[in-house]
Design a binder for this molecule. Sequence first.
Ligand code: B12
Ligand code: SF4
Length: 516
Amino acid sequence: MATLGGKRPRSVLHVRLPCSPVWPLGAVTLVGDIHRRDPEVRQRLLDLATVPPKERRRYLLDEAERFRPDVIAISWRDVQVFAPHEADASLENSFNFFYSNSVVKKVLASFTGLKMVAAYHSALRENMGYVRLIARRFRDATVLLGGGALSVFHEQLTPKLPEGVIGVIGEGEQVMEAVLAGRDPSPLRVSMVKDGVPVTGSTPPPLDLSDRAIDYAYVREVFPQWERYRGAQVSVQTKRGCPYRCAYCLYPYIEGTQVSLRPPEHVLGEIQYLYDHLDARDFWFADAQFLTGRRAERNAEAILQGIIDRGLDIHWSGYVRTSAITEKLADLMVRSGVGDLEVGLASGSQRMVNEMRLGLKVAHLYRGAANLKKAGYRHKLILNYSPNMPGETEESLLETVESYRKFAAIMGEDQVYPMIFFIGVQPHTAMEERLLADGYLKPGYNPMSLNPRAVKRLLYNPKPLNGPIAEACLEGWKDGTDDSGRRVLLALERILKRGGGPRVAEAVGGGAAGSG
Ligand code: B12
Ligand code: SF4
């Protein structure tokens, strides 16, 4: 492995590790940033997600041998390929395993579960295998590993990294800049093994994104898998950071709480290039949160107005706080091609929304929905409800059912899709802290573990409301996922109203993936 400092590296090979193939925006962003600072640095981006599994190792080695990079920048996106919501078959399977009264269903679920766990471990092994392979074969190169997976699970992944591999938490530009300038990046937000001990640097001030546009014509030249994304969904960032502190969310940990907006003309230029040269019509605004306050609202308005003015015929989506949708924004959203939207409201009870520190008023969510409807919105509004959060009562669950009815009354039943999205405890969140303090989680617990006891703990659904909730879920899901959230809510209402005494969730917390 190359020593840090001294000679300035002149070439970077980017390797996006396998995952379900989504546009590799993290690696693309780094390619763009390096090129903007120093166009003389040679770069190449390999996306292993689009290479058939059997060919990946050979392809990677051949390309790296040929390119002879000074720096190898590995991007690892996903670890948690299972999501605790009902559109993901793993949730129903684990509920059958944990809660079904049918022995046959339990046994079948245990077999399916074993297969899923095996696939999960094999993906982890495969990705870590590439990191080790690269570190072993290219000892003269500086090897960096970043991306969502490393950012979230650096405590678990770093001790497994070969000595010298530099793990990067959160945004990668500063560390990359230091490495390419021949400086030691270890005071920055890195996580690596040094003299056999994992060490973590400290977080620098967030990046100013105002002058960082991606030169896509250049990316296209150095990215051999570019064509694989023709006509597919692509992602564009309009900002970084989120100032909210929803108790279950780790996005502010990854991106920071300070918001850095990107100038609309940069965002629009990137959209235009992808539209013209990659036939992109389906865009995801890959912000932690699209509407983070007044400034972001004005920026969003300018971006959406630009899409309309340029006549870009696209569909877009993103994580949008529906409570922040004004009449003007709703109009721009609809005219610029907004598609289905997911609202991470967690609960229809204001008390529970406060408990989870979402920092919004449920009434404002209804107002936002009404604005969308008035503007002619025709797509789905998917309501993510997380039943059985700390402090949940039968009453608050019934308020959730009621809130679905209010949304349905505003938008029409055919446009509103409730989705049960359990709190899955995430590292580096307020909820994790609370659960550790309450003794629900043990210090040093492994958030990457998929053993059944760990899954049951992390898929937060405590006694005594777990019974009626599980019953409602199993009933609602048995006829398929289409419209199952609505069936679960209605079943839950019936079960709770049937009685059985007051049931209140244990006073400990939980955390969910996703964004409000
Ligand atoms: C937008 C988003 C989505 C969108 C993606 C849409 C699209 N077409 O791209 C949607 C909603 C579809 C989605 C889906 C999923 N997502 Co998602 N998603 C995000 C989100 C919010 C932003 C990702 C992003 O593009 N950011 C913008 C780019 C520029 O940032 P970046 O990729 O992180 O790269 C920066 C740094 O990481 C770093 N970096 C990256 N690579 C490298 C390499 C080196 C060498 C260096 C130095 C630095 C570096 O530098 C980059 C620039 O600063 C993140 C959370 C977050 N706030 O980061 C989760 C996140 C990436 N998603 C995650 C997951 C798990 C998923 C799913 C697998 C969920 C599921 N179980 O179904 C799915 C499926 C994804 C797939 N592969 O198909 C996890 C991944 C980690 C984990 N927990 O396993 C995250 C971190 C959220 C979380 N809860 O933990 N996601
Ligand atoms: S859920 Fe959304 S709004 Fe809340 S902290 Fe996370 S990114 Fe921000």
